[in-house]
Design a protein around this ligand. Structure first.
Ligand code: AMP
Length: 420
C-alpha cells in the first residue's frame, strides 16, 4: 500500500473534477436559498445517543455503520451518519422553534460517515446537501421540498431520475399495520436476523432485496390499505400539489427507507444510470423525531441529496456542466523588471474583480504560454523589457489568436471592456 493512499472507502476531490462538486452543491442549495431556507452548520460529531435515539437502534446505519468512539474525556461520540438528527438538535438547543416563526426552514451541506462496504457510489465518507422544514404539519411543505429537489436536479441538466413517493402512516394507523405485517411475517421461513428485524422494524423487511425473501412477501398486507383517513387526505394533498407543479412521480408502496424516524410522506430520488446504488437522494416527514430525542412535538419534513451520486448521475447521463474557466487573464513576464510590473498588474486586475493568474517559477516564454493555455484564460498578457520601455504590454486573445499592444496604464480597463 502506498503511503499516499486515502483510507478505504474514501476518495479525494481534486481539480479539475472537484469543481463539479462545488457546482452541484451550489445548484442543489440555490433553490433552497431562494425559498426561505437559512444556512445551518453543525459539528461533524455528536453524542452517540442522538443517533441511537433519532435514527433508530435497529437500523443498519446505527447498529453496523456508525463510527462511534470514546474521547479521552470519556464522552461517547459518533461521526454523524446523517444530517437530520443534528439539525433538529441544534434547532432545539437554540430554541429556534420557540420564536413563533414556524416552520423553521434550514439547509446544510457537509460530510457524513458510514462504515459501509465500499463500492461505486457507496463510500465511507460522502457529502450531502440537505434541507429541513421544522415545526409545521402542512402538505404544501412536503410538496415544496420535493419540487425544490426536482428543480435542483433539472437545473443541473439531469433528466433520467425518478421520484418515488409513499406514505408511511402516522402514530394512529402505522401500529395497526405494523402488527398485521408482523403476524404475516411470523408465518414465513426467514433467517434469524430477518426474524429479529421483523420484530423490531417489520416495515424494513419489505425492503429486503433478496429474491427468496421477496417471493415470500407476495400477498403481504400493504400499508396503503391501513392508512387512516387523516393520513390518506394528507397524502392525496401532497400528490395533488406536486402534480399541479408539473413534477412527475411514481407511487411506490414498498418505499420505507433505512431510517426509523419517518412518518407519512417518504420519497426517494433514483437515477437509472447508477446500477445498484441508484438512490441519489431521499427524505420525508418525521413528525415524531423531536420527541424521540427529548424535545417537544415538532412535526417536520426534510431531505438529503447525495453530492457524490449526483456527480455520478451527471456523468452517467453525459451532462457537461457549464463551468466558466477559473482564470480570465494569465500574465507572462519576461525578465525581472517585467515580472515586478506584471505582478503588480495581476494584483490590480484581481482587486478589480477579474480572475487573474501569473507565470511563476521563472519559466521561459514557451513554458509560460503553455501554462497560459492550460489555465483556460481568455487573455494572456505578455511583456518583456522592450514592451515596458514603450509603456505597453501585449494583450493576446487566446481564442482569436491575435495580439495587440495596450498601454500599461489602460490594461485593467481594456481587459474589463473586452471581457464584458
Ligand atoms: P440516506 O440518508 O441514506 O437517505 O441518504 C441520502 C442520500 O445520501 C442517498 O440518496 C445518497 O445519495 C447519499 N448517500 C447515503 N449513503 C451514502 C454512501 N455511503 N456513499 C455515498 N452516498 C451516500
Amino acid at each position: 500500500m502506498s503511503t499516499f493512499k486515502a483510507p478505504k472507502g474514501t476518495y479525494d476531490l481534486i481539480p479539475p473534477v472537484s469543481v463539479k462538486y462545488l457546482a452541484v452543491r451550489e445548484a442543489i442549495s440555490a433553490p433552497l436559498r431562494n425559498s426561505g431556507y437559512g444556512y445551518i452548520e453543525t459539528p461533524g460529531f455528536e453524542d452517540v445517543g442522538l443517533f441511537a435515539r433519532g435514527v433508530g437502534e435497529s437500523t443498519d446505519i446505527v447498529s453496523k455503520e456508525m463510527y462511534a468512539f470514546e474521547t479521552k474525556g470519556g464522552d461517547q461520540l459518533a461521526l454523524r451518519p446523517e444530517g437530520t438528527a443534528s439539525v433538529l438538535r441544534a434547532a432545539l438547543e437554540a430554541s429556534l422553534h420557540k420564536q413563533g416563526n414556524l416552520p423553521v426552514k434550514l439547509w446544510y451541506s457537509g460530510s457524513y460517515y458510514r462504515y459501509e462496504r465500499p463500492q461505486k457510489g457507496r463510500y465511507r465518507h460522502f457529502s450531502q446537501v440537505g434541507a429541513e422544514a421544522i415545526g409545521a404539519e402542512d402538505p404544501a411543505l412536503d410538496a415544496e421540498l420535493i419540487i425544490l429537489a426536482d428543480q435542483a436536479y433539472r437545473s443541473l441538466g439531469l433528466r433520467n431520475f425518478r421520484i418515488l413517493l409513499n406514505s408511511l402512516g402516522d402514530k394512529e394507523c402505522r401500529p395497526v399495520y405494523r402488527e398485521a405485517l408482523q403476524n404475516f411475517l411470523r408465518g414465513l421461513d426467514l433467517d434469524a436476523e430477518t426474524i429479529r428485524r421483523a420484530e423490531i422494524n417489520p416495515l424494513r423487511v419489505l425492503d429486503d432485496k433478496r429474491v427468496d425473501v421477496q417471493k415470500q412477501l407476495v400477498g403481504a398486507p400493504m400499508l396503503r390499505d391501513y392508512l387512516c383517513d387523516a393520513c390518506k387526505a394528507y397524502h392525496e394533498e401532497v400528490r395533488a400539489l406536486i402534480t399541479a407543479a408539473g413534477v412527475a412521480f411514481e407511487d411506490d408502496e414498498k418505499l420505507v427507507r433505512g431510517l426509523d424516524y419517518y412518518t407519512r410522506t417518504t420519497f426517494e430520488f433514483v437515477h437509472d444510470g447508477l446500477g445498484s446504488q441508484s438512490a441519489v437522494g431521499g427524505g420525508g416527514r418525521y413528525d415524531g423525531l423531536s420527541e424521540m430525542i427529548g424535545g417537544p412535538a415538532l412535526p417536520s419534513v426534510g431531505w438529503a441529496l447525495g453530492v457524490d451520486r449526483t456527480v455520478l448521475a451527471l456523468e452517467a447521463e453525459g451532462v457537461e456542466l457549464d463551468i466558466p474557466a477559473a482564470t480570465s487573464v494569465f500574465a507572462v513576464a519576461l525578465g525581472d523588471e517585467a515580472r515586478r510590473v506584471l505582478f503588480g498588474k495581476v494584483t490590480e486586475l484581481r482587486r478589480a474583480g477579474i480572475a487573474a493568474d501569473f507565470s511563476y517559477g521563472g519559466k521561459g516564454l514557451k513554458g509560460a504560454m503553455k501554462d497560459a493555455n492550460r489555465s483556460g484564460a481568455r487573455f494572456a498578457v505578455v511583456a518583456g523589457e522592450r514592451d515596458l520601455a514603450e509603456g505597453v504590454v501585449q494583450l493576446k486573445d487566446m481564442e482569436a489568436g491575435e495580439q495587440t499592444p495596450v498601454a500599461l496604464a489602460d490594461l485593467v480597463e481594456v481587459v474589463k471592456t473586452r471581457l464584458a
